[in-house]
Ligand binder design. Structure first.
Ligand SMILES: [Zn+2]
Ligand SMILES: [Zn+2]
Length: 331
């Protein structure tokens, strides 16, 4: 399929493909989670009926939700040009790293077991952990570096979280993430190929990496939703709950926290974890002073870049629209 067409229809085809978080069975699984939460904590979390609580009207008619749908189309168009080239390369990087290690360090001397199953398990886990760590690093950097924060604001501009908010990401951030993913996979694969030359593969379920599949089945789609679901306290320190990510999107948060994607241990290790067990559902979005674009497709594409360049050159390059002054980036 041509890359342009593939990019355009991706969020919608994703409903039927297990490699995406909005895959239909994942979403149904998430509905199951929410139903369970509604039953367990009915009085505290919801007075509405289950149907109304799961699918509130504003979910479909809110301007933020409509923008998410429109953004998916634009994202597809821009992705075809910006992101697609990154889809190749992990294997090349892996071979380059393995070759470099072989040339400069020599053979690892390790012998792979006759039954390589545990090697495949270790490779799958290493890929998942490394990918999650670099996601944390890039996400935190997007908040810490002023020029990148202007770009990341597109994702935080959602005033209401729906599973499609996952795709509300500026193409520059998507490209950075694609490059991060390719480099991480290439690095881990290269190290494994050097350590244990020979057959190597990640364990998959339905053609998707096994841990990613299980993680997504465990309610990852709820991260961008109105369902404020937290894990039991000890688990909150290990796995990112939907509520943790919703706290990351909090509108009035003074300190940014919860940069993690799947594992909360990075936030715990680097002192940015804010567990969700005792919190209340936050209002999400950007405070007015931090907005750098209007809720139109052109503005969301162009104005964050202009704001980012303004940060780099050190003076205001002006805006197509006229939002208020930009506040200092979150720490
Ligand atoms: Zn963020
Ligand atoms: Zn998010």
């Amino acid at each position: 399929m041509p890359p342009l067409l593939e990019s355009l229809i991706e969020p919608f085809v994703a409903l039927f493909g297990p490699s995406h978080r909005v895959h239909l069975p994942y979403l149904l699984c998430s509905v199951g989670f929410v139903t369970l939460a509604w039953i367990v904590a009915r009085r505290r979390v919801a007075r509405a009926s289950l149907g109304r609580w799961l699918f509130p009207r504003k979910l479909f008619f809110h301007a933020s939700s409509r923008f998410d749908v429109a953004w998916c189309v634009v994202r597809g168009l821009v992705h075809a040009v910006l992101v697609w080239p990154f889809r190749v390369g992990a294997l090349g990087i892996a071979m380059a790293i393995a070759g470099f290690a072989l040339e400069h360090v020599g053979r690892s001397g390790l012998v792979a077991p006759a039954d390589r199953t545990w090697l495949f398990v270790a490779f799958t886990v290493a890929l998942f952990v490394a990918d999650d760590l670099t996601r944390y690093g890039v996400h935190r950097t997007m908040h810490a570096v002023p020029a990148l924060w202007e770009i990341h604001k597109v994702h935080h501009s959602a005033d209401l979280l729906t599973p499609l908010t996952l795709y509300r990401v500026h193409p520059i951030e998507s490209a950075l993430n694609q490059a991060r993913g390719v480099l991480t996979a290439g690095l881990v694969t290269g190290v494994f190929v050097w350590l244990y030359p020979g057959k190597l593969r990640a364990i998959e379920i339905f053609g998707v990496d096994a841990i990613g599949f299980l993680w997504t089945m465990a309610g990852a789609s709820l991260r961008h939703s109105h369902a404020f679901v937290a894990w039991p306290a000890p688990l909150e320190r290990i796995f990112v709950s939907p509520a943790q990510h919703q706290l990351h999107h909090a509108k009035f948060a003074k300190v940014s926290s919860n940069y993690g994607s799947a594992l909360a241990i990075w936030d715990l290790l680097f002192g940015t974890l804010r567990i969700a067990t005792r919190e209340r559902p936050p209002r999400v979005g950007l405070v007015r002073a931090e907005r750098n674009h209007e809720r139109t497709l052109i503005s969301a594409l162009v104005d964050p870049v202009r704001a980012s360049l303004s940060r780099i050159v050190g003076h205001d390059l002006g805006r197509r629209s006229s939002p208020p002054r930009t506040a200092a980036p979150r720490p």
